[in-house]
Design a protein around this ligand. Sequence first.
Ligand code: NAX
Ligand code: K
Length: 524
Amino acid sequence: MKLLTAAQMQELDRRTIEEVGLPGVVLMENAGRGAVEALCGRFSSVWPGPVVVVAGKGNNGGDGYVVARDLLRRGWTVRTVILADRAAVKGDAAVHLGALLQSGGEVVFAPDAQALAAILSGMDLPRLVVDALFGTGLSSEVGGHYAEAIAWINRTGAKVVAVDIPSGIDAGSGRILGSAVCADLTVTFALAKVGHAVYPGAGCAGELVVLDIGIPRSLSDNVGDDHLLVEAPEAALLCPRRPAAGHKGTFGHLLVIAGETGKSGAAAMSAEAGLRSGAGLVTVACPAPVHAVLEIKLTEAMTVPLPAIDGALSLQALDQVRTLWVGKSAVAAGPGLGRSAETVALVRRLVAECPLPLLLDADALNAVSEVPDVLLERAPGTTVLTPHPGEMARLTGIDIQAIEADRLGVARDFACRYGVVLVLKGARTLIALPDGRIRINGSGNPGLASGGMGDVLTGLIGGLMAQGLSPANAAVLGTFLHGRAADRLSRIQGEAGLLATDLVRELPATRRELTLKGAQHAEG
Ligand SMILES: NC(=O)C1=CN([C@@H]2O[C@H](COP(=O)(O)OP(=O)(O)OC[C@H]3O[C@@H](n4cnc5c(N)ncnc54)[C@H](O)[C@@H]3O)[C@@H](O)[C@H]2O)[C@@H](O)CC1
Ligand SMILES: [K+]
């Protein structure tokens, strides 16, 4: 599903008004009425209110006046609080404010903190709040009486319906600009916005309803796919076909470099995920001391012992690694590699020299963190990085809190700067492509928050690269399948106690389900 930035939405509105000839007041009427339809369907138990519509001076407020008028018409008790002077409300919004007043709507103006405090203190607590303070026009941090209104909305305990987007969320990134409304329902228009899908904004939206307000498909279909929410239809398109006459050589050979003493499980899970992704062959290169263990753990994967010191890979392994990547189709490195100085040096040489598509995870990321410029030695778009926020903090020098506050911005900057595919893990994992486009994973649940899940993702994406998918497509499809497998399992056994090895076993059926969906989609 395509997601829009504020600028893209403003352009769609403009073209609908200017080229199609649908006046802005009509779009606003459709938006407000649609929002009322959606909220009445869900919150009839709180009828007849009281409802408070909190409106700003812009067009989001304009939608709010339509909502207030339509709720009034349906018998609700409604009061509208506008956080501005009447004279500040202009254009289409002023038309609908006039219509609300003419229809007998109760409207109060709170242009400053003092006026707002007086109004709120004299008011019964509402049972429903409609948030029409800011929409796509929010352009800076929220402060003053706007922030106070947001805090009040979140304190009321009422059901909260956000018009277009919860106020305080940056529509183009999902950042919270100061503070944000926490909604039970968000009703947005034409297409969902980036801020509905990317955390932390996504956590404020509640249920999301996307309404048609009359913007023609001919315009909305033409919007660029800079931001895509990846769900089953998008992922199905990426599933590689399996030729009927294929043999194990057809499906690629993944080299996994992983596992120090005490972390052989990480190497084993990556290797098994590579095989379960559909790769023809997987070879694991590991420090010699864990080799015997991996020989027992792994049946289908091949294993190669490499020189080690203190249980971890030594730099002496470099020549053998150079030989090992010959004839392989992709390399995945990092799970359980350890942080010894020699391992770090080895990983840097691997990054600089390996001519194959390369995935770096876990300790390979930590190694690269010290010299990220080594990534610039690789051809753009041939490297996938899969950091969790902590690893991202080490890669960028930005603290975890700041990364989580602007996941999209941080991921995109890094991907563009270093020419890599950056998979920033977490709720709604982001995949930032080197050209600045963003894919947002729509699958997964908190069941994925357990040890080993990252190792599985590494093998899965690596295995898909080995099968010939571009690093970008492998990252997008792998991330989706990973989350989808967890979704399938958690429906049967719940989220708690989901193990990484359970997930590995679920991958083939998950891929099959997706492939069938893709075929149905193509036929339909
Ligand atoms: N004709 C149209 O363009 C349509 C617009 N629609 C609605 O209009 C919204 C966009 O309207 P606008 O572009 O007027 O913008 P908004 O109504 O989202 O708010 C922008 C207003 O807030 C001010 N502002 C921005 N950041 C601020 C901050 N941090 N603190 C205080 N004030 C701040 C701006 O100066 C502007 O006056 C959409 O979200 C949607 O709800 C819909 O009615 C559909 C049609
Ligand atoms: K809003």
